[in-house]
Design a protein around this ligand. Sequence first.
Ligand code: AMP
Length: 390
Amino acid sequence: MDIILVVNAGSSSLKFEVLSVEGDLSKLLKGQMEGVGTAPRLCIKGIGGEILADHQHSPSEVPDLPAAMRLVGDWLRERHDGRLVAVGHRVVHGGPDNERAVLINEKVFADLERYVPLAPLHQPNNLAPIRAILRQRPDLPQVACFDTSFHRCHSAVADHYAIPERFYAEGVRRYGFHGLSYEYVASRLSELAPEIAGGRVLVAHLGSGASMCALLAGRSVESTFGFTALDGLPMSTRCGQIDPGVILYLLDQKGMRPDEVQDLLYKASGLKGLSGVGSDVRALLESPKSSAAFALEHFVHRIGLNAGMLAAALGGMDAFVFTAGIGENSPEMRKRIAVKLEWLGAKLDLERNARGDVLISTPDSQLRIYVVPTDEELMIARHTLATIGT
Ligand code: AMP
């Protein structure tokens, strides 16, 4: 059986899925090496949830992502009888020109390294397993699938910042991220509700990273994310939109170093920073602390404001779609957010919402509201297959 490996490498974890290429792409297993460099643990589950592997490793065995990639490769070779035909990678930044997934070679890899300064916390981690496989298996086709590609059709007006043009030319522009998720949701919506998918749709990807994307006939026209995945909505630990004057203040008046500001805005802000309780919405919903309730109120408020902004970009709105961890799993958060959409004609059906139906608005709601689980891995596998031309 021919198989594809999908890899999503983060700062200390390597997530992966294996899909069969036979017929339609179908998932065979998923796994994760977490605690890379500190307390590495490889956990692999079959598609029914059965545990196929659960190994603790020493930090010296798995000091970094390339080592994690090698271990996953070893496990697959020894324990899986599929023939690996390609590896598809999630790569956060494709720069201004990569409108689609690309087959990786040394030249492409060097090109992707140029975008490290644009995504310093993500890009190096995404590239590390690619480099490891290029060294070990140079013959194996690898495909980079970008979180930015889906947004490359934005107009220049949408993608500009109002700073001198030369910065745009050198790459300082609004890229937009979570593109693989939006692309999948757009394709799923066209199956579930084709008449709606052809119209004006706002998708809210609300997970530990959070953003929204305005879709016109299935194509992205605006996103809350900008130059980096720090902009837009407040997130689990990221600040979201912030006056650049605050950053100048932190640097000039507080004497903070750029790396300290970076840590503050990426890792200690958002729901975590505001609540002082934690970054997980489940914990905040259960917490008796008023700061936890405040953080959630702020989150919902910003989603409402940004929904208005993106409704303007679309010239009105036919549907609002929830996806990702919070959007898919929290009826309570969906309810709070739907209140902010009432002026756009939203009427939430409380029973459907509680059940987690696909369509959760009432029959007479002017704005349709959907819950569509995302599947970035499947999207990567589709791109990988299309790119290697099987
Ligand atoms: P993701 O990044 O898409 O995996 O989403 C992860 C986030 O989803 C977590 O940080 C949680 O805050 C949130 N989440 C997952 N399940 C629930 C739930 N049942 N209720 C509220 N939030 C949830």
